[in-house]
Design a protein around this ligand. Structure first.
Ligand code: FAD
Ligand code: 2HG
Ligand code: ZN
Length: 461
């Protein structure tokens, strides 16, 4: 969207009138944390203005003011996204609309099992509120102390319990959002069934700030299992990890999580203080959480001849979970170059080929400054693997991303399982989405945001 210079100079003044002086940030030192993403790889220009509306009405007024000034708006929640989606990259003036002040959490509706929250409410706080009513949110992830519900809906976040409860889209019972025209769109009924026309809330889920600013969500809640058991199980092969998960499922115990780790990842997090609970070194480990008792889970594992070793505990088993959850943070700390971070799914039968293929590709890279090392982990029960490669030489990063994503496509997978496309994967969107599909997506974008106000440069070029 072309910008009118006179209007953009006046924009901060107009925004201050809407949200108050304290909530329009222009000083680059103050805006730094909003302008840099979690990985440190994506940075917005210093000229980016941050505006922090308090509620939906202010958000609508901010969007209208930005539209008048022809200045693009990038919504931002907790800024924990891993694909650069919350960092405007446009060279001209642009605005980050932070939702963090819209963090209100309403009363739990126990009859219809849901909770109304502002888009800026942080997942951990919403989970805590639900827990007081004996309920929980079906989605959980390691960034729970910062990730916002609005950001999680906007990315259709996955996390560790997708295998049990589905991803964030499935947790949306109602939604409120500000459109590019500055209108407030609201579907807000706690209904499990509602088939009147198109699923617009479902469309906004996963739209990554390109179609509307989500201001509030009516989040579905679920009844947590009364008892859970967690095991970290050592195996020789990826296929054996999949067999272990299938065996637990076949036992009738609902599986709540199934997370793959490798010897490399276990070694890294172990050196950072999260000790491998297994008594021997193993090539792969799978963390399985299921409803039931540790005795029942141990019984199932005892019957599996592929199991090399296992540590079983009653849930929540924080010690076992820490080994899995610390991967992202530890990987970021150890790499001497920006981590190549991909998030892909393949059909279950292709998972072993994916792992072997990534290891081959990394081995072909030059050992500079150190050998490039793949650290693979993730939600194996959903076919979702997080491909992280540390110490990839700076000049070879795009090449390895391209090779891995083409491998994923060739294996019939998806180049974005749960983190989204953002800016990081925009150049590869044609892999896995054909011309008709892309044309329909562009038509949706054109209809809902004809002037390209929201998050230009993310998702679609
Ligand atoms: P942000 O990073 O602020 O924004 C993400 C995207 O959503 C951007 O495109 C932004 O424009 C848009 N957006 C944000 N808020 C709104 C809004 N209100 N309206 C419209 N658009 C909006 N992700 C997973 O899926 N599964 C995981 O298991 C997982 N684990 C993680 C663990 C760690 C340690 C970290 C750092 C990240 C992890 N993530 C995971 C990624 C991240 O936490 C999720 O993508 C999360 O949903 C982002 O929420 P956020 O509030 O931080 O959004
Ligand atoms: C997880 O499952 C997140 O922990 C982050 O999706 C994955 O760091 C990553 O690549
Ligand atoms: Zn994940």
């Amino acid at each position: 969207m072309p910008t009118d210079r006179a209007a953009t100079t006046a924009l901060p003044t107009a925004l201050r009138r809407i949200v108050g002086d304290a909530h329009v940030l222009t000083d680059p030192a103050t805006t730094e944390s909003y302008r840099t993403d979690w990985t440190g790889r994506w940075r917005s220009p210093e000229s980016t203005v941050v505006v922090r509306p308090a509620d939906t009405a202010q958000t609508a007024a901010v969007v209208a003011a930005c539209a008048d000034a022809r200045v693009p708006v990038t919504p931002q929640g907790g800024n924990t996204g891993l694909v650069g989606g919350a960092q405007p990259s446009v060279s001209g003036p642009s605005v980050i609309l932070s939702t963090r002040r819209m963090a209100g959490i309403g009363a739990v509706d126990t009859a219809d099992r849901c909770i109304p929250v502002g888009a800026g409410a942080v997942l951990a706080d919403v989970r805590a509120a639900a827990r007081k009513a004996g309920l929980t949110v079906g989605v959980d992830l390691a960034a729970r102390d910062s990730a916002t519900i609005g950001g999680m809906v906007a990315t259709n976040a996955g996390g560790v319990h997708v295998i049990r409860y589905g991803s964030m889209r499935a947790q949306v019972l109602g939604i409120e959002a500000v459109t590019a025209a500055g209108h407030v769109f609201r579907r807000w009924r706690p209904l499990r069934k509602d088939n009147v026309g198109y699923d617009l809330p479902g469309l906004l889920a996963g739209s990554e700030g390109t179609l509307a600013v989500i201001t509030a969500v009516l989040v579905r809640l679920v009844v947590p299992a009364r008892r859970t058991a967690v095991a970290v199980v050592g195996v020789n092969h990826v296929a054996d990890a999949q067999r272990v998960v299938a065996a637990v499922e076949a036992s009738g115990a609902p599986v709540h999580a199934a997370e793959l780790m490798t010897a490399t990842g276990l070694g890294l997090v172990g050196r950072a203080g999260a000790r491998n609970p297994l008594r021997r070194d193993v090539p792969y480990a799978v963390l399985v959480e299921c409803a039931g008792t540790p005795d029942l889970l141990a019984e199932v594992l005892d019957e599996q001849d592929r199991v090399l070793d296992a540590a079983v505990e009653p849930g929540p088993a924080h010690r076992l979970w820490a080994v899995r959850e610390r991967h992202t943070e530890v990987i970021a700390e150890v790499s001497q170059t920006p981590v190549v971070k991909l998030d892909v799914t393949v059909p279950s039968a292709a998972m072993s080929d994916l792992v072997a293929g990534v290891e081959r590709l990394a081995a072909d890279l030059p050992d500079s400054p150190r050998p490039a090392t793949p650290v693979l982990f993730g939600h194996v029960g959903d076919g979702n693997l997080h491909v992280n490669i540390v110490d990839v030489p700076r000049g070879r990063q795009d090449e390895i991303v391209d090779a891995v994503l083409r491998l994923v496509d060739a294996l019939g997978g998806s180049i974005s399982a749960e983190h989204g496309v953002g800016r990081a994967k925009r150049a590869w969107i044609e892999l896995g989405r054909d011309a008709v599909d892309l044309a329909m997506m562009r038509a949706v974008k054109g209809a809902l945001d004809p002037d390209g106000l929201f998050n230009p440069g993310a998702v679609l070029a």
